[in-house]
Every structure is written in structure tokens, then in C-alpha cells.
Write a protein that binds this ligand. Structure first.
Ligand code: GLN
Length: 311
């Protein structure tokens, strides 16, 4: 009987009820079956049989009804719909051969979904449509190398940081440009809606060319249509290392420190909490570091639990 109550406990927790409600339900259930807190029965054998049968029938009823009132992360029946712009190597891209999504973010999301006991369904969309899609509930979460910024944090919730990034200037090998200041008056290619685009718009006299996909901005530089690209440092480094033929170099822009977070709709703090719990677990048990090692070949750095820290 104690074991049965433990299972009821688990089931009620699974339905997303808070601890107080849970205690209340369990307390009453125990009273109904004549158990005290220590678990000793006060009923005869005949009664026990009746009660056990009744409870089994009731459990089936609960299962059939499902967790009707639950929402967000606790709703394990529904797949987690994750939006991404799969042109941001090595965070998210489409494998040429298999056409499957691959990358650090993809592995992270799959691991988080396992913690949440949910299946994942990815939606490949443009980067600048991710936040609107969260607010219209077309997606539950955005995983797209998205920097946590105060402007975005007004529109969506963010998970705790899971990656530390920074900005980089990418130029041709033979370019005279040596730093951010020298971008004045130049043509800069960027990803539409990115932090790189925001930075580019602050450069005096610069012509900013915005593309829906990061790889298009990188191609523009390669094809001579831009003097520079402003993009996240790890993406620039990965690109240069894997496209030696395009003769480009990376100038890290030291003034930036960015953290990536998974974005979630404002009205879904349950999912934010569940994702943060999963990330905390993954940091503790080394799973995050394992995924980090797979993609970046170094250990994951220490990251703040909350960003911006002053919040
Ligand atoms: N980290 C950058 C941002 O959040 C770029 C993201 C991206 O292009 N996928 O704007």
C-alpha cells in the first residue's frame, strides 16, 4: 500500500501539481484508505480488498483523463517544438548528406528534452522570426545561438546561460582592416536581427547588408560583396578553419561578452524552470561538458547562473 501511495505521489507530481496540493491529496487519500502517516492499516482484510480495488479503478480513471489541466513542461504528451535557424555552424545546421539538423544547440536540446521526458520537433525558420514565433506559440522554445540581451528579455524569457560567446570581425586575408574603428564607411554583411547587425548599425557611415541566414552573410564576404562580416566569434573561427580556400581571417572584438540562452514565451515560466533544472543537472553530472567537448574540444567555462547578473 505504501508503494501504491508513492506511485500516486509520483503521478500527481507528474501532473504538474505543486507540493502543497500534492500533500493535500495524499493526506486525504491516506485518510480514505485508513492509513496513518506511518502507514499502519486500521481496516479489516475485506475492507482492504474493497479499497485496493476502488483505488485501482480510480487510477485508471485518472490515467484516462490524463493531466488535463497541466501545461508547459509537464505536458509530456506533446512534443517540445523548438525553433532554430540552421545556418549557424557549429551550433545548428543541416547535414548535407543526411539532411538532419546537427550542432551543439541540437545536442543540447535533445539532452534537455530527455530530462523533460518529451520528444522534440525542430522548426527551421529565419532568425528574426524566432521571437515572434514564441509569442504566437508556433514554437515552445528557440535554440539558435541566441544572445541574452536586455531588449530581447523584455519580449521573452531566457534559460540560464549555456554558452559564452563574443563578437568577431571577419575580413579577407589581405584586408587592411585591423579593428572595429576601421569599419567606418565600409560595407558590412550581417545576419538580420542578430547582435552583429545591431553592432554594425552603430558604425559611422557603414553600409549594412542584412541577410536572413548567417551563411549568406559569410558568402557575401567570400564573393567580394562586403568588406567585413560581424558575427559570433565561434562561428567565424569555425568557418575560417573549414574554408581555407576562401582566404579569410578573424579579428576578435574584445569589447563584447555575450551569453547564449534558450528563449521561451513570456507566459511559460514552467518551461523556463524545467529547462533550467535540466541545465543545472547537466552541469552537475558533466553532460553539458561532454557535449561542449564534442563540438569545441575544450572544457566548458564557468558561466553565471543568471544573466544579466544584476537582475
Ligand atoms: N548570437 C547572435 C545573436 O543572438 C547571433 C545568432 C545567430 O545568428 N543565430 O544575435
Amino acid at each position: 500500500m505504501q508503494e501504491y501511495l508513492q506511485n500516486v505521489h509520483k503521478y500527481v507530481a507528474f501532473c504538474g501539481l505543486g507540493r502543497y496540493n500534492r500533500e493535500y491529496i495524499i493526506e486525504n487519500l491516506m485518510r480514505v484508505v485508513g492509513l496513518d502517516r506511518k502507514g499502519s492499516m486500521k481496516f479489516t482484510k475485506k475492507w482492504k480488498t474493497y479499497i485496493a480495488t476502488g483505488l485501482i479503478i480510480a487510477s485508471f480513471g485518472m490515467l484516462a483523463a490524463g493531466c488535463g489541466s497541466s501545461s508547459g513542461s509537464a505536458d509530456t504528451d506533446k512534443p517540445l517544438i523548438v525553433g532554430t535557424n540552421a545556418t549557424f555552424v557549429p551550433f545548428e545546421s543541416k547535414d548535407d548528406k543526411t539532411q538532419q539538423l546537427t550542432g551543439f544547440d541540437i545536442d543540447m536540446v535533445n539532452a534537455i528534452a530527455q530530462h523533460l521526458h518529451r520528444k522534440v520537433e525542430f522548426k527551421n525558420v529565419t532568425f528574426d522570426s524566432l521571437i515572434p514565433s514564441l509569442n504566437t506559440h508556433d514554437i515552445d522554445m528557440a535554440a539558435s545561438g541566441m544572445t541574452i540581451t536586455p531588449e530581447r528579455a523584455q519580449k521573452v524569457l531566457f534559460s540560464m546561460p549555456y554558452y559564452q560567446s563574443g563578437m568577431a570581425i571577419m575580413v579577407k586575408d589581405n584586408s587592411p582592416i585591423k579593428n572595429y574603428e576601421e569599419l567606418a564607411g565600409k560595407t558590412i554583411a550581417v545576419q538580420l536581427g542578430s547582435t552583429g547587425a545591431t553592432l554594425a548599425h552603430k558604425i559611422p557611415g557603414a553600409q549594412v547588408k542584412e541577410f536572413n541566414h548567417s551563411n549568406e552573410a559569410l558568402l557575401e564576404l567570400q564573393n567580394g560583396g562586403a568588406d567585413a562580416v560581424l558575427v559570433d566569434l565561434p562561428v567565424a573561427q569555425y568557418y575560417v578553419a573549414h574554408h581555407k580556400e576562401s582566404h579569410e581571417k578573424v579579428i576578435p572584438y574584445a569589447n563584447t561578452k555575450e551569453y547564449f540562452g534558450f528563449a521561451i514565451a513570456k507566459n511559460n515560466p514552467e518551461l523556463q524552470k524545467a529547462v533550467n533544472e535540466a541545465l543545472t543537472e547537466m552541469k552537475k553530472d558533466g553532460e553539458l561538458n561532454k557535449i561542449y567537448q564534442k563540438w569545441f574540444h575544450v572544457d566548458a567555462p564557468d558561466m553565471p547562473i543568471q544573466w544579466p547578473e544584476s537582475k
